[in-house]
Ligand binder design. Structure first.
Ligand SMILES: Nc1ncnc2c1ncn2[C@@H]1O[C@H](COP(=O)(O)OP(=O)(O)O)[C@@H](O)[C@H]1O
Ligand SMILES: CC(=O)OP(=O)(O)O
Ligand SMILES: [Mg+2]
Length: 411
C-alpha cells in the first residue's frame, strides 16, 4: 500500500491544531484543535471529516503538549486513522524559529532537534511546544518520517539591509542578533494565491501580505520572494497583536528595569503577554472589541485605532520598499473575518492607489469564502482577502520532501 497521507501538527504556546490530509486529492480526513493546554479545563474538538461523522468534544485537563498530542492521537485512532496506519507517509510540524540554519523544510534527526532546542531563547512561546510535538510523535511511531517546516524559511531571502539591525556588527553576529521574520508559511502561501487570484505569475507580482491573527505580521513580497517583514529576532516586533506590543522604543525596557524596578523577565512577560490589544483594552478578540466600540466604549476604540495606525504605517513603508505594489492581501483570523479592520486599514489611501469596495468588503456567506477581491473595479492596486492555509502548505512541503516530488503548485 502506498503511503499518501500526511498529518500536520501546528503547536502553539497553549494550543495544538492538527489535520490529517490525503495528498492524492488534498482532501482533509480529520481536523482537530486542543485549546487551553495546561489549564484545568482544556478542550479538545475533533472532526472526523472522512466519515462525515459528528464533531466530538472532550473537556478535561491536558497538563502539557504531550498529553494534548496523545489525546489527539487517540481520537485519530478511534476513526481508524491512528499514527501507525500504513497510509501515513509522514508528520509535518510547524516549527516557528529556524534561525539561519534552516532554509528549507527538513527531515528531523537528533541534530535538527538540537538546533531547534538551541533556538528556544528567541522563540520561548513557540519552539518548546514544537519540540514536544516532534518528540511525542516520535514516541508514538518511531519509524515515521518527521518533517520540520519553519516559519522563518520564507524570510531567508530578505536582503541584508532589511535583515540587519543597526547595532555593532561584531556584537550582533556573535549572538546571532538579526531579523528573522515569522509566519513565513502563511506569507508564502498567501502571496502565491494572491498572484493566482490576479491571474498572474507569482514571479511578476509584488504583494503586501497582512497576516492578522492573534500573532500578526506583514511582509513585502517581490516576485514571490520576501524582501522585508515586520517581525524580527523574535515574534515580538512589528504590528500590535492580541497580547504583544509590537514595535516599541527599546529604551522602554531599560526604563522599566531602572525606574519601575521590574526584572527583565517581568518586562518580557509584559510585552509578550500583557500588551497589544489585551493590554490596551482588556480584550484580544477583535469581535469583542468591535462589539464594545458599537456600545461606545472609549478604551476599545483607542485600542482599535492604535492597532489600525500601526498597520497603516507598515502599508506605507512597504509601498516604499516595493516601489510598485500590485496587491494588498488580508489573511488569518482578523484579516479574513473583520470588514471594519480592512476598511480602516485602507481608508483614505487613494493616493497610494488603494481603495475598498464597501459591498465586496462586507459580503457574507458563500460570497465571502475563498480568495476574493475587495477593491473597486479599476483600482490601481488590488485589495484582496486570501484565506491562509498553513496546514495545507506544511502538508505539501512535507509530502514533497518524503516523496521527492515538487511541493507546488497548489490548487
Ligand atoms: N469573525 C471574526 N471577526 C473578527 N475577528 C475574528 C473573527 N474570527 C476570529 N477573529 C480574530 O482572529 C483571532 C485568531 O486568529 P488566528 O489566525 O486563528 O490566530 P492564531 O493562529 O494566532 O491562534 C481571534 O483572536 C480574533 O481576534
Ligand atoms: C510566530 C507567531 O507569532 O505565531 P502565532 O501567530 O501562531 O502566535
Ligand atoms: Mg496563527
Amino acid at each position: 500500500m502506498t503511503a499518501t497521507r500526511v498529518l500536520v501538527l501546528n503547536s502553539g504556546s497553549s494550543s495544538v491544531k492538527y489535520q490529517l490530509l490525503e495528498m492524492t486529492d488534498e482532501s482533509r480526513l480529520a481536523a482537530g484543535l486542543v485549546e487551553r493546554i495546561g489549564e484545568r479545563q482544556s478542550r479538545l474538538t475533533h472532526t472526523p471529516l472522512a466519515t462525515g461523522g459528528e464533531r466530538r468534544e472532550r473537556v478535561e485537563e491536558f497538563a502539557d503538549h504531550e498529553a494534548a498530542l496523545r489525546a489527539a492521537a487517540e481520537e485519530l485512532e478511534a476513526d481508524g486513522l491512528g499514527l501507525d496506519a500504513p497510509e501515513l507517509a509522514a508528520i509535518g510540524h510547524r516549527v516557528v524559529h529556524g534561525g539561519r540554519s534552516f532554509t528549507r523544510p527538513t527531515l528531523v534527526d537528533d541534530d535538527v532537534l538540537a538546533e531547534i532546542r538551541r533556538l528556544v531563547p528567541v522563540a520561548p512561546l513557540h519552539n518548546p511546544a514544537n519540540l514536544t510535538g516532534i518528540t511525542t510523535a516520535q514516541v508514538l511511531n518511531p519509524g515515521l518520517p518527521q518533517v520540520a517546516v519553519f516559519d522563518t524559511t520564507f524570510h531567508t531571502t530578505m536582503p541584508e539591509h532589511a535583515a540587519r539591525y543597526a547595532i555593532d556588527v561584531e556584537t550582533a553576529d556573535a549572538h546571532r542578533v538579526r531579523r528573522y521574520g515569522f509566519h513565513g508559511t502563511s506569507h508564502a502561501y498567501v502571496s502565491r494565491r494572491t498572484a493566482e487570484l490576479l491571474g498572474a505569475d507569482p514571479a511578476d507580482v509584488n504583494v503586501i501580505v497582512l497576516h492578522l491573527g492573534n500573532g500578526a505580521s506583514v511582509s513585502a513580497v517581490r516576485g514571490g520572494r520576501c524582501v522585508d517583514t515586520s517581525m524580527g529576532l523574535t515574534p515580538l516586533e512589528g504590528l500590535v497583536m492580541g497580547t504583544r506590543s509590537g514595535d516599541v522604543d527599546p529604551a522602554v525596557v531599560f526604563h522599566l528595569v531602572r525606574v519601575a524596578g521590574m526584572t527583565v523577565d517581568e518586562v518580557d512577560e509584559l510585552l509578550n503577554k500583557r500588551s497589544g490589544l489585551v493590554g490596551l483594552c482588556g480584550d484580544n478578540d477583535m469581535r469583542e472589541i468591535r462589539r464594545r466600540i458599537e456600545e461606545g466604549d472609549e478604551r476599545a476604540r483607542l485600542a482599535f485605532d492604535i492597532y489600525i495606525h500601526r498597520i497603516r504605517k507598515y502599508i506605507g513603508a512597504y509601498c516604499a520598499v516595493l516601489g510598485r505594489v500590485d496587491a494588498v492581501a488580508f489573511t488569518a483570523g482578523v484579516g479574513e473575518n473583520s470588514p471594519p479592520v480592512r476598511e480602516a486599514a485602507l481608508a483614505g489611501l487613494e493616493g497610494l492607489g488603494l481603495a475598498v469596495d464597501p459591498a465586496a468588503n462586507a459580503a457574507e456567506g458563500p460570497a465571502a469564502e475563498g480568495p476574493r477581491l475587495i477593491s473597486p473595479r479599476g483600482a490601481r492596486v488590488a485589495a484582496a482577502v486570501v484565506p491562509t492555509d498553513e496546514e495545507l502548505e506544511i502538508a505539501h512541503q512535507t509530502y514533497a520532501l518524503v516523496t521527492g516530488a515538487d511541493a507546488h503548485r497548489t490548487a
